[in-house]
Design a binder for this molecule. Sequence first.
Ligand SMILES: [Fe+2]
Ligand SMILES: [Fe+2]
Length: 257
Amino acid sequence: MASTVARPSWAPGTAVPGIRARAVAALSRRWMARVAADPAALRATLGAYRDGEDNGEAAVFEQVGAHLPARYVRMCARHAADEARHAALFAAAVDALGGAAPTPARLDPLARLDAAAGGLLATAGDSREALGRVFLLLMAFERRLAERLPLIADGFAAARPELSALFRTVARDEARHIRYCTAVSQALIPDPDRWATLRDEAVAVEARAFAPYLFDFLNHILDIGLRQMPWWERLGFRLMARLGRALGRPLPVGGAP
Ligand SMILES: [Fe+2]
Ligand SMILES: [Fe+2]
């Protein structure tokens, strides 16, 4: 029998449905090219990555040793070290440009995601399955990053090749983190049907949380920079983000982590 198994909708690279992918790529390139040319917007965007990478996942990783063998603990240690390295790389990039104010707390991507999930992170110590659900939420977050960071790298390629290379390096790590989160969550939730149900829940929560977060982030950047952007383009990006928020299906452009 021929194999007709469809690519699962949660797989890396499918956070944006195919029909919208080209529009997202074109608009992302335009947005990031504008950001690259605007010091205030560039510093704020990189500052958001610096702060977003330094987001307290480590406390979750530390709980894995209570439930799983050492090889999973090592995986989590490597994951935590990657995130700390990312934060340092973005901090150095921001400092080289003159520094950036701390990103407003309301734009912490993981906190937004956790709030949408009903405060799942605080339940991580409750049980094996609770910890597994936290890792599925992290997987959904990594999946979004792995898809978006290469678009941001593309947008920076012409004007800021050094930043483009940085985003590409981080994107490769985030793609690896999807595999770590998948392995850890499957070990914590060994029943494949239960795991698939909870995975789909986590992916749906992430998609729901992302549209209003993106709306707020894009408006934050427009409020502090991009003054040289033509008025109709500013308006267009604001309207697009508003429409995405209203529909709960954003066109993911705007440079947010
Ligand atoms: Fe990261
Ligand atoms: Fe990551």
